[in-house]
Every structure is written in structure tokens, then in C-alpha cells.
Design a binder for this molecule. Sequence first.
Ligand code: AVJ
Length: 327
Amino acid sequence: TSVMNAFTVLTPKQDQLPAFHRDVLQGLNAKDKYLDAKYFYDDNGDRIFQRIMACPEYYPTNCEMEIMQEQSAKISALIASLTETFDVVELGAGDATKSIYLLKELLNIDHSFTYYPIDISANVISQLEQHLPERLPALQVHGLHGEYFEMLRMVQTLSARPKVVLCMGGNIGNFTPMETRKFCRQLRNYLQAGDMLLTGFDLKKHPQIILNAYNDSEGITREFNLNLLTRINREMDADFDLTKFDHYATYDPGTGACKSYLVSLEDQQVRVLDEVIEFKMHETIYMEISQKYSLDESEKLAVQTGFEPVAHFMDKKKWFVDSLWQA
Ligand code: AVJ
């Protein structure tokens, strides 16, 4: 065996890359290429996602908005019946346009709680801290920009109260069922018995309705996917030609998996940082999963991961559910 010297333990080059660069290179060098959906949300991605939420085919936002507008009083009364004090933590807060209805009702019950919105987008958090006080002056807001669990650990150091964790908008859908179980178990480990989780699930429904939501006629979802290539071009000095990739969405009603891909329209080489990535014609990059659930599957998930399902709150069409679980 050779003798180690100081130079052999130097950190390999890949370890010094930011997480975004490392993850992109790992995904594009994989046998089945993939990119991580959490990277969609740069400033431009945030704006395109706003347009997706406003487009006619994308139903989840309207469904959950209806639930929050019409059932927040009921939800907060239920929360109040289960705990005396609490703080609210929101994972993937976005612009909080839906949770604001619940926050308003919770303020009527106990105006001393703090709202900790967590989001991967720094832009989103600074917007929230600026604009929430205009809409809910009594609300104490402490925004946290970063990964969910790192920021949850931070919240635990800031507050000892029972937690009401919000994970709305079907954010959980961006995980595969296996990843979702892992995520829920991990989340349970960060919580105390009695803490609560209000989590959204997009429900199984006519497959065509689901497919249309991820393949809108205006091509906004296509733009959303391609924008990640634009981000890689800008941040990783890459040369993706966006005209040489197509957006392709699928929904499998058997598994409930709605997946989107970018398809290379020709054999091509793309430079990313100092690497060359080869694409065969019709080779795909797997971009995102949006998993759909039945109510039974959501309850099974709760029980499997250490929660007790307490109540379901659905829109009138029964297309979307916000479920309250207790740890
Ligand atoms: C933000 C994960 C809830 O999966 O419906 C919308 C993201 N992607 N259209 C979803 C998304 C394409 C969205 N979530």
C-alpha cells in the first residue's frame, strides 16, 4: 500500500462545486438523464410557475384555493381543539396566497403565534416578508430561505411551541411514493408527538384532466421545463439550444405518476461547465414527477410514516385534498 501524503487527501474537484452544479452534472451524466424539479424555481421559473397556476388547464391551485377560502375556519377550529399553543411552519410557502386564509383564521384564535415560511427561493421569502404585513398586520413572520429540513432544524432552535406544519399545493407530489414515505418519516422525526401536518394531495381523477394540466395548450409548462436549460446555460456556462428539445408529459392512471420529460430532437453535444454531454436523437431528460393519490393511499401513507390521519378537506369536485395529520 502506498503512503498517504498531504496531496492525496485534497478535496476532489466535484466536492467544491455548488450543489446545483453538482446535481446537474450528476443528472446529465447518468445513464437515464434527469434534472431535479426543485431547480425550476429561479426568478424566471417563479414567474413562469405563476403563469401555470393562472392557466385554465392547471386546476390544483383553484381547487386548493377553494378549500382554503371556504374551510379555513373549520380547519383552524380543529387545530385549536388539538393544541393550546402553536407556531406555524410552511414548507414551500410560495406566495402564501392560499395559506393566508388559514393564517387569518388562526390569528383569530391565537394572535401570538409566529409564521415561519420556508422556501427554496430567496426571492419568494423576501417578497413574503415584505408583503404579508400589508395583508395581515398582526402576523409575526420569520422567513427562512433554504432546504426544508435544514430550515426545520433552525425553527426548532427558535421555537419550543407545538408546530403546525403546512405542506400545501401538492409539493409532496414532486416526490416518488418511495421518496414521499422517506420524506414523511424524516419530517416525523423533526416533530414532537402532538405536532400537526396539513398536507395537500392532488387526487386521482379522469386521466385526461391530469395530463392536460401538465401539457397546457399555451405551452407554459413547456416553457417552465425549458427554463431549467436556460438557467443551466446562464449559471453553468452551458450551450443548450432550446429549439432542439421538446416537452413531453405522461400520466399513468395505474400508478398515479404524472411525469414530464425533455426530448432531444437530434443527436447533439452540449457543453456544460468544462464537460461535453452527448445526446442521442429522442433521448430524454426526466424532469419532474407529480404523483397523484387516492384518499386511501394518503391515509395509508400517514399511518406508515408515524402520523394519525385526523381529517380530509376537499374541494367540491373532489379533485384535491388538504389532509390534517397528527404526529
Ligand atoms: C409545485 C409541485 C405542485 O407538480 O403540480 C406544475 C409543479 N410542474 N406544472 C405540480 C408543476 C408543472 C407543481 N407543484
